[in-house]
Design a protein around this ligand. Structure first.
Ligand code: N01
Length: 526
């Protein structure tokens, strides 16, 4: 966004809480952190020079490599000179008379700006359950999303992990065998599909480079922002054996290619085929875990495959439970009651622990936005407006909050896609919109109430027709006690969404109100 706005000749200041670039990949340094999107598409597509001078080493990039990539991009595009690091934005207030925002930082600095753009991420405010007794726990504890920048030696420790989402699964398979004992506190099992990570060979890489234009075109024009094909759109007319064959082939390919066995929207809306796929994975889990009782605890039955974000298995996750030094504790059956000075007490036992790792996720989608005290027109706060759940138009604009753009905001495809594709689409759309406003002499843009209401209804209706409502997921805010539960990302596909956004822009920003503020003081170049 910074790069594009500079290209438009605007003056831009970026505020960043961390002391370096990287966002998610700056904060999530836990052992095993890796991206589930394949590396060659988990990067920027807009500048060819970036592909030419960067080479990914593995099919899925590890956290240090992604962080190094983002540092490389920041240097190459000379971004750092406009970024204020270690600076937390605490509030942003819209002033109607001048049509400007005043952004305030924790240091007390106040900046006046014509446009206020948030790029705070969808999964950036960590969520930690409020367990009794944590203050009295005499061991060490960490949250995976605030991992220290140093190696932690678990060697002699009894380590406990709470959480078996994507993060927990990566951490558990990486640390199983590296600690004296690992105890996993699982509330809900998940469907982990083998990622099938491997180094990227020279020939394969040359092929990727030679075909990048085509790869990006297919990724942009896809539901999930990934350039993968499916042979059969649906499973209609296929026998059980043929379906099994397709699934087995995709299982061998691994990662998100498995989710492309059939068209992903179909998998997520057809309960019958979804159950066949879910059962296929359940059988794989049963095959991998030696102890049948442990296996059954690891088999998910409470939600359909894909109705929660599907995790990946990089390191024989299920095999980890065959080790003598790894124990699975079902805290759905016997919940965690409290921390004690020596460990964790559940409803039916006590576990002695030296270290506890919270892999308990995030206050997703809205948490980081609402952590900033945002006040729009007529003194309305975003927190008050979103009390019953987020309301946006396209996930880009909010009625009552003029000249605020939210990159990967609620009700945009964001987390249901390969994120860089969704981010780039938003960045391009916002930059084009600002350029259009300048060309036409507009000072202000605001989503209309009608357009916003229709968009929220549209998003909800699409989600209701899919299987998402059958899972207690962070997609719906169900992981944070007390949070309003509403499905938040746009589930209609990045391809369709892009078309809608292009049509809106082509129609003079249909659904937005644009106007001039005659007496507004000009804020030069902002
Ligand atoms: O968080 P989660 P995450 N007692 O919310 C458990 C992305 N990501 O950090 O399922 C006991 O998925 C909770 O249990 P339950 C990816 O989009 C991407 O793992 O609510 N347990 C669950 O098991 C992912 O989806 C990559 O019953 C409690 C876990 O904590 C998203 O980040 C890598 C509990 C939280 O799982 C979030 O993943 C990693 C309690 N009181 C993550 N409270 C990539 O590769 C919560 N839990 C790109």
């Amino acid at each position: 966004m910074l790069h594009r706005l500079r290209e438009l000749g605007l003056s831009v200041r970026v505020f960043e809480k961390g002391d370096g670039v990287g966002g998610t990949w700056y904060w999530n340094r836990y052992p095993g952190a890796r991206c589930d999107s394949e590396s060659h598409i988990y990067c920027y597509s807009f500048a060819e020079e970036l592909h030419e001078d960067w080479e990914w080493s593995e099919r899925y990039p590890e956290q240090p490599e992604i962080l190094a990539y983002l540092q490389f991009v920041a240097d190459r595009l000379d971004l750092r000179r406009d970024i204020e690091f270690e600076t937390e934005v605490t509030s942003a207030t819209y002033d109607e008379s001048s049509s400007t925002w005043t952004v305030e930082t924790a240091d007390g600095e106040r900046v006046s700006t014509r446009f206020f753009i948030t790029a705070v991420g969808c999964l950036s405010k960590p969520f930690r359950p409020d367990f009794d007794g944590l203050d009295d726990f005499e061991g060490e504890w960490y949250h995976t999303a605030r991992w220290p920048d140093e190696e932690i030696d678990f060697g002699d420790d009894h380590v406990g992990v709470i959480g078996t989402g994507s993060t927990g699964i990566q951490f558990i398979s990486e640390v199983g065998g590296r600690a004296d004992h690992l105890t996993v506190f699982q509330r809900t099992p998940n469907y982990a599909v083998p990622a099938r990570n491997r180094p990227l060979g020279d020939e394969e890489y040359a092929d990727i480079r030679a075909n990048y234009d085509d790869i990006w075109e297919r990724a942009r024009d896809s539901r999930l922002g990934m350039p993968f094909d499916w042979e059969q759109h649906t499973a209609f007319n296929l026998s059980d054996e043929e379906i099994e064959e397709v699934l087995e082939e995709r299982w061998q390919q691994g990662g998100f290619r498995f989710l492309h066995a059939f068209e992903p929207g179909y998998i997520l809306s057809n309960a019958e085929i979804n159950e066949t796929i879910s059962e296929f994975i359940r059988e794989k889990i049963r095959e991998k875990v030696d102890d049948p009782e442990t296996a059954e605890k690891l088999v998910p039955t409470d939600h359909p495959y894909g109705s929660k974000r599907p995790p990946m298995d990089y390191n024989d996750y299920y095999g980890t439970y065959n080790r003598d030094d790894v124990t699975l504790v079902d805290v759905d059956e016997a919940p965690i009651e409290a921390f004690t000075p020596d460990g964790i007490r559940t409803a039916d036992d006590h576990y002695d622990l030296d270290t506890v790792v919270f892999a308990t996720g995030f206050d997703a989608m809205t948490g980081a936005l609402l952590a900033i005290d945002i006040e729009g027109r007529d003194g309305q706060t975003l927190e008050a407006k979103w009390e019953a759940g987020p309301r946006t138009y396209l996930g880009l604009g909010i009625h009552g909050f003029p000249n605020l753009f939210t990159i990967t905001g609620p009700q945009s495809p964001s987390v249901l896609t390969n994120m860089p594709m969704a981010i780039e689409q938003h960045v391009e759309w916002i930059a084009d919109c600002i350029a259009y406003m300048d060309e036409q002499g507009y000072d202000r843009i605001e989503a209309t109430e009608d357009a916003e209401t229709q968009w929220v209804q549209n998003t909800n209706m699409l989600a209701e027709n899919m299987l998402f409502s059958e899972a207690k997921s962070w997609y719906r805010g169900a992981n944070v006690p007390g949070k309003t539960q509403v499905f938040t990302p746009f589930p209609g596909g990045l391809d369709n969404y892009r078309e809608i956004c292009d049509r809106v822009a082509g129609d003079d920003y249909d659904g937005f109100e644009l106007d001039r503020v005659d007496d507004a003081p000009t804020v030069e170049g902002r």
